[in-house]
Every structure is written in structure tokens, then in C-alpha cells.
Ligand binder design. Sequence first.
Ligand code: AMP
Ligand code: MG
Length: 355
Amino acid sequence: MTMILKTDPQRPDPEVLRTAAEILRGGGIVAFPTETVYGLAAVVFNEAAVKKIFFAKMRPPDNPLIVHISDISMLDEVAVNVPKKAYNLMETFWPGPLTLILPKHHNVPKTVTGGLDTVAVRMPAHPVAMMLINEVGVPIAAPSANLAGRPSPTTAAHVIRDLYGRIDAIIDAGETIYGVESTVVNILAEPPLLLRPGAYTVEDLERVLGEKITIPEFARGYIEAEDALAPGMKYKHYSPETPIILIDPSSGDVKKMVDVVRDTALSYINEGYRVCIVATFENVDEYSSISRNAVVLGLGSRKNAFEIAKNLFKILRSIDDLNCDIAIIEGVQEKGLGLTVMNRLRKASKTIIKA
Ligand code: AMP
Ligand code: MG
């Protein structure tokens, strides 16, 4: 049985927090909202509980979890030899969607880190997440609260769909804020290395760091990339069941991309397929009259990457409810949050066509 605990996101119900914390301290696993996506928590030092997370999600054991803290004093319980650069970033960006790779404290079980000697740590900026960790009193390990390979959950309904009956409780506090996961940086690398683009842009982090962050090919979402050796990066992700074709506007020519989307859609429609097109608001009208065998979904405005990022997983999940044989998705320009959006879209896609 999975308990559903409802609360206001801004003023978390103390009774809900107490119940969830009690389950966690007793070795259970609980889904909870963060400002990025919903997470699935276990007490980080309880190896049996952490194993329940991997089992519930069907997550490969070598894909490490992020450790969440609610107070800077908890950092020393999970990491050692924290470099000065890391503190600089924490001062500006914590609490918030930045995850830093640090040397692991020996008390953190290797189950949490997928066998690595490093640990990924962040401090979430969501009242429910913060107060839940405070109430538990120790750091929690938490990946996204979805079945492995599925789009990350941005509402409790998404968590229920994937994990109901597999976990002890779900705290429902409505929709998350960013809708994409945290930015993961290996701050031990020289220069720092982006492992996953996320809700904070690389440009913002670089401004505070005062140096460039290396962006490897796998961070752009190419899972077949030669350097895709960072844990978790080799796995396919974020996928609806409907196969996705991503039209990548690599030339920067949006008109050309629209033509390729339309041609690709028509070639499938002519073969008798029912096609779903996911388009930015500016281009929706370009496709709406193609055929009655095409459904067009709006992703957000090309001028508002925040909106696109926020809608992304919700739209990816909704594709499966539309009974389409194939979905064709417009890509976006790869800067700022666009890097994050393209990372998720590349990983979600079966085929990528450059336009
Ligand atoms: P999730 O919590 O599902 O968003 O996934 C967390 C991601 O953080 C993993 O897929 C890894 O890519 C990354 N990560 C966590 N721990 C480490 C680590 N010690 N070294 C490198 N990457 C990590
Ligand atoms: Mg995940």
C-alpha cells in the first residue's frame, strides 16, 4: 500500500512531515516534491532502505543517487575535502538545483554512489523537501521518483502512475517549479566538468566560478558518445512508450526545421501512421492543417526556455495518452536552458534528424 499525503507546498502540514519522516527513519521510502522534479527518498545511511529505491524504480545499481541535505552542517556527514570552489558555488546557488560531485565520506554506503568514491550532493529549495529532511534529521538519498527510463515526474499523479504500490508514501504538494532536474557538476575536475545540464544554466555557474565549465558530448545528450562514461549517462532516459523523432535545428535555421518536421510527419502519415507533433507555440499553426491524422501539442514559446523546460516532461508523458504511432518533436537552440532541454530530448528520442 502507498499512503498519499497531501499538503500545501508553501506551508507544509507538520502532520504530513512527521508521518513521512517516521516512515523514512523506520527504513521506508517516500516520494516528495523538490523545486526540480519529485524525488524518491531513503535515509542515506540505511543501506537496506537505499536498496528499496533501486528496486522500486528498477534502476540499474551502477547509476548513483544524489544526496540531499537541508543544512550546510550536514555536508560534513556525507563529503570530505570539499574544495573552496565548491563552497563558492554553494554560497550563491544553494538551496537550489545545483548538484556537486565531492569526495565521499566513508559513512555513505557505496550502494548510494553506485560503487564510486565520490558522492553527488545538493540542497533543494522547496519548503516540503527542506522541512522533510530537517524532520528526519539526517541527509536523504533521492533520485527522481519515476520508473527507470521514464520521464521524470513533475506532479504526484506522475509518481502514482509509475510507483503506486511499490513505495511507502507520496507527499503530494502540486506541480514542481522548474520541471527539469538539477545541474550536475564535477567540481573535482580541472576545469570543472558538466555531467548533466539542468535547471541552473552553465552560463550562470561560470559567472560565479570565474572560469569555463567543460561541456562534454554526453552532457549534450548523446548517449552513444565516446566519452559517455559518467555514471548514469549511458542509459536511455525520459522516454514515453511512443517512439520519438527529434528534429534538431543544428543549423540554427528554424524555417528549415519546420520544413523537415512537416516533411517527416507527412511521410509517416502517407504510410497510414497517426502522428503526434510537439511544436513550440510560434510554429503550432504551421502543422495544424497537415492532416486529420496529426495531433499537435504546444511545448512553450521559443522565447521562453524556462516555460519549455517546465512543460517538457509533462508533454512527454502525455504523448502516450494520444494513441499516436510516432511523435515528432521540434528541437530548440542549445544555449542556456536550451542545453538542458536538448539533453533530455536527445535521450528520449529513438531517432535524431539534423535540420
Ligand atoms: P537522478 O537522481 O535520477 O536525477 O540521477 C542522478 C544522476 O546524478 C545520476 O544519473 C548520475 O549521472 C549523477 N551522479 C550521481 N552521483 C554521481 C557521482 N558520484 N559521480 C558522477 N555522477 C553522479
Ligand atoms: Mg532520474
